[in-house]
Design a protein around this ligand. Structure first.
Ligand code: BGC
Length: 377
C-alpha cells in the first residue's frame, strides 16, 4: 500500500519535471523567435515591429504578418479608374497582400481624412492617386510620421518626399496627341482644352503638347486661339470652354487637343452644335469606350491608350516590395517641386481608326463588338 503511494508520488514528480523542462524550452524558443535575446529585461518586448527602413525610425506598428496595401483614390468619375481599382486590387491580392481602398470624390479634405484612416488601420504602404497635387503633400508627411512609405499612383504628389511615382509618361501623352493632329492640320487655329489645373498630369500633358506645337507657332503656321484648364476634368466644363472658343472665333477652329477623352467628349458636343463634329480633328487620351466608338464613327481623331493592367500590376509589385522594406527599382527621376522622385513611367500608345483593332481591341481593353456597335461595318 505504502509502496504504491510512493510510486504514485514519484510518477507525479517526474511528470512535473518533464512539464517544467517543456515549459522552459517553450519559453526559450519564444524568446529566440522574437529576436529579443539580449534586451534589457531579458524578456520579450511589447508586440510590434521596429521599423529600421522607414522615415521615422523607432516608430512601432502592429505586425500581424499580413502586408496591407492602402489605396486612396481621387475619383471613379472616368471609366479608367474603375479598371485601376479592380486591377490594382487583384494584383495586390495575387501577391498575397490585403487591399484596402477609399475614394474621395474630388474632395481634398475627404482624401486627407481617408488617408488618416488608412494610416490608423495599419497599412504597410500607402498608395495615393491625388485629387490636388499640392494639398495631398500633407498625406505624405502624415504617412512618413507613422513610418509608412508612399507611392504616387498615376498622378504625382507635389512638394513632398514621395518615395516612388508609378505612371505613364504623361509628357509623351501630350506629344503623341500633337504629333497626330499636326500631321493632319499643319496650319490653322488650335484650341487647347486642358485637364484639371490641380492635377499635375494635366500640366505634363500640356508640356508635351506644346513641345510639338511650339515650332509651328514660332513659324506662324499654328495659332493657339484658346487655352484653358477644365475644372475637375468635368466634361460639362470642357463643353462650356469649347462653346466659348467657338463663339470667340465664329466657328473658325481647325483642330482641338483635349486633356482626356471625357473632356474631348464635351468639346465634341459643342462642335456638334456648330455642325462641326467630324470636321474638326480632336485628340483625347484614355481609350475610353465612348472615345473608341467616336473614333470609329469619325467624330474623334485619336486617343492615347494607356494599358491600365500593366500600370496596376507594376504598381502592385512595387508597392508590396516597398511594404517589405525593399527598395524598388526606378528607371528615372521626376522632380515634384521638392525632390527628384524615383519614378517608373510606362509607354503610352497613340490610337486612331487605323490601329484600333490591333491595340485596344487586340488587348481586350474593349471588345470589337462594343467598339463598333454604334456604326454599321
Ligand atoms: C489621368 C487621366 C484621367 C484624368 C482624369 C489624369 O491624371 O492621367 O488618365 O483621364 O486624370 O481623371
Amino acid at each position: 500500500m505504502l509502496e504504491r503511494k510512493a510510486m504514485r508520488i514519484m510518477a507525479v514528480r517526474r511528470l512535473l519535471q518533464v512539464a517544467a523542462i517543456a515549459l522552459a524550452v517553450l519559453l526559450l524558443w519564444a524568446i529566440f523567435m522574437r529576436g529579443d535575446v539580449g534586451n534589457d529585461a531579458g524578456l520579450p518586448s511589447s508586440p510590434g515591429e521596429e521599423l529600421t527602413d522607414g522615415h521615422a525610425p523607432g516608430v512601432r506598428r502592429q505586425d500581424d504578418g499580413i502586408i496591407k496595401v492602402g489605396l486612396t483614390m481621387d475619383t471613379l468619375q472616368e471609366e479608367r479608374w474603375i479598371k485601376d481599382q479592380e486591377m490594382f486590387g487583384e494584383a495586390v491580392e495575387a501577391l498575397g497582400a490585403e487591399f484596402i481602398v477609399m475614394t474621395a470624390d474630388s474632395d481634398d479634405a475627404k482624401q486627407i481624412e481617408q488617408a488618416e484612416t488608412l494610416i490608423s488601420m495599419g497599412v504597410d504602404i500607402l498608395v495615393v492617386v491625388p485629387h490636388d497635387a499640392e494639398a495631398t503633400a500633407t498625406i505624405v508627411n502624415k504617412a512618413h510620421a507613422a513610418g509608412i512609405k508612399v507611392m504616387s499612383y498615376d498622378r504625382l504628389v507635389r512638394n513632398a518626399d514621395v518615395d516612388l511615382y508609378v505612371s505613364f509618361d504623361n509628357e509623351r501623352v501630350g506629344e503623341l496627341q500633337a504629333e497626330v493632329i499636326t500631321k493632319l492640320v499643319p496650319e490653322g487655329k488650335y484650341v487647347f482644352i486642358g485637364g484639371a489645373d490641380t492635377d499635375y498630369n494635366a500640366h505634363l500633358v500640356k508640356k508635351g503638347v506644346f513641345n510639338v506645337l511650339q515650332p509651328f507657332i514660332d513659324r506662324g503656321e499654328i495659332t493657339v486661339v484658346f487655352d484653358q484648364w477644365t475644372r475637375n476634368w468635368l466634361p460639362a466644363n470642357a463643353r462650356d470652354n469649347m462653346r466659348a472658343a467657338l463663339r470667340a472665333n465664329e466657328g473658325r477652329i481647325d483642330a482641338v487637343i483635349a486633356g482626356n477623352d471625357a473632356t474631348a467628349g464635351g468639346a465634341i458636343e459643342a462642335l456638334a452644335e456648330w455642325g462641326l463634329a467630324g470636321k474638326v480633328p480632336v485628340a483625347g487620351q484614355d481609350a475610353e469606350l465612348a472615345a473608341a466608338q467616336r473614333i470609329v464613327a469619325g467624330t474623334q481623331t485619336m486617343t492615347v491608350y494607356k494599358p491600365i493592367r500593366q500600370l496596376a500590376e507594376v504598381a502592385a509589385e512595387l508597392a508590396v516590395k516597398m511594404a517589405k522594406g525593399e527598395t524598388p527599382r526606378a528607371d528615372r527621376l521626376v522632380n515634384n517641386g521638392k525632390i527628384d522622385v524615383p519614378s517608373v513611367l510606362l509607354t503610352p500608345i497613340a490610337v486612331n481608326a487605323d490601329n484600333i483593332d490591333e491595340t485596344i481591341i487586340a488587348d481586350g481593353f474593349h471588345s470589337r463588338e462594343e467598339v463598333y456597335k454604334l456604326i454599321e461595318r
